[in-house]
Design a protein around this ligand. Structure first.
Ligand code: FAD
Length: 344
């Protein structure tokens, strides 16, 4: 078994609230790390509305989702927390000494004196294409993720989807030298950035990308179970099919609460009930903040999540250092906080 990483607090979820949680724990001089399923920081702000301005953050007239994430990340940089991206925490179990053991899907293990669940509306997972026989091809000729340089793509790679990620997948395959990349999407317009769409149209005009409009209906396999073709339902009602050697699927991400549902947290309507004074759940030393938590009057707003993260950090400091006096310090006047933030 891998040697566990030991931390005062493990934060599950790097959305805006998880990031601010890490900042507040850092001000308490507690060691912490944050883990997220997504390969980037920012949760819903980064995934669902990076370019939309938020207008109700205190004192910020307008700040896009991406800018907020960038600002939160810059603010916590001096505290140098560890972050592990692209990994889902899949288990939470109690140790005899009162600590919590958590493991991610890759088998990395954490031993944490406390845990903060900042899991939002859940871990974002790729929306899957449901077709007969697809599971057996996953990881060999079919992927629900972006192409990586060592994926075998063969002579006839396909991409299914029309968003920014789908078009990026097309560009990556073109750059790998595929003679032609086939793109299948239900419409002939794409919900992607204008520059990407322009680049796509150019590649189509050059014959480097072949456009198909329709919904995939079936995968064709040969006797040895290899993917050899794709059939789809075209907008004119026809059912054309074409040879294929690989298929990258990009249909967006869906949040799912996933493993959290099995952790005896007493979930009510997909939220974790907490004590509003500390944000502690019914498991001692396990806290929940942000969209995932609930208490009377809870609002799923970023500013409320920031408040919860602040309360949780103070409650965790009191829990882990019960003998130390707990003094409220201001960043404007505390030499200790200023030293931590590198602003002294
Ligand atoms: P999230 O942002 O959901 O982040 C949770 C993170 O946890 C995710 O990245 C997820 O991958 C990760 N995660 C979950 N489970 C696991 C696991 N087991 N292992 C690892 N990682 C895990 N709020 C406002 O205040 N003002 C607005 O103007 C505003 N506009 C919005 C517009 C839209 C379109 C949407 C969808 C929301 C808006 N919100 C707004 C709401 C705001 O985005 C949420 O309140 C906020 O994102 C909650 O932050 P969070 O950190 O709690 O959760």
């Amino acid at each position: 078994e891998t040697v566990p990483d030991e931390v005062d607090c493990l934060v599950v979820g790097a959305g805006p609230v998880g990031l601010y949680q890490v900042f507040q724990l850092g001000l308490q001089e507690l060691s912490c790390a944050v883990v997220d399923t997504l390969p980037f920081l920012g949760g819903q702000c980064a995934e669902l509305y990076p370019d939309k301005p938020i207008h109700d953050l205190p004192g910020l007239l307008a700040c896009s989702g991406a800018e907020l994430v960038e600002r939160l990340n810059r603010q916590l940089e001096p505290l140098r927390p560890r972050s592990v991206l692209g990994q889902e925490i899949v288990s939470l179990t109690a140790e005899a000494d009162g600590r919590w053991r958590l493991a991610d899907a890759a088998g990395r293990v954490w031993l944490a004196r406390t845990v903060v669940l900042a899991a939002g509306v859940g871990a974002f997972a790729p929306r899957r294409l449901k077709l007969a026989g697809i599971e057996a091809l996953e990881g060999r000729q079919v992927w629900h993720r972006e192409p990586r340089p060592d994926d075998p793509i063969g002579a006839l790679p396909w991409v299914h989807g029309g968003d920014d990620r789908a078009l990026d997948a097309v560009f990556a395959l073109v750059e790998r030298g595929a003679p032609a990349v086939h793109l299948l999407y239900r419409r002939d317009t794409y919900p992607a950035h204008a520059e990407r769409v322009a680049r796509l149209e150019q590649l189509i005009a050059q014959g480097r990308v072949v456009r198909h409009v329709g919904q995939p209906e079936a995968l064709r396999l040969d006797e040895s179970g290899q993917l050899v073709g794709i059939a789809w339902m075209a907008s004119d009602g026809g059912s054309p099919e074409h040879a294929a050697s690989a298929l990258h699927i990009s249909l967006g991400l869906n949040p799912r609460l996933g493993p959290l549902a099995d952790w005896d947290l007493g979930l009510a309507r997909k939220q974790v009930p907490v004590d509003p004074a500390s944000c502690e759940t019914r498991l001692a030393g396990v806290y929940a903040v942000g969209d995932v938590c609930s208490y009377p009057g809870k609002l799923k707003l970023i500013v409320c999540g920031f408040h919860e993260a602040t309360l949780a950090a103070h409650a965790i400091a009191r829990r882990l250092r019960p003998e130390a006096p707990h003094i409220l310090e201001y960043t404007t006047s505390s030499a200790r906080l200023q030293r931590l933030l590198g602003v002294d």
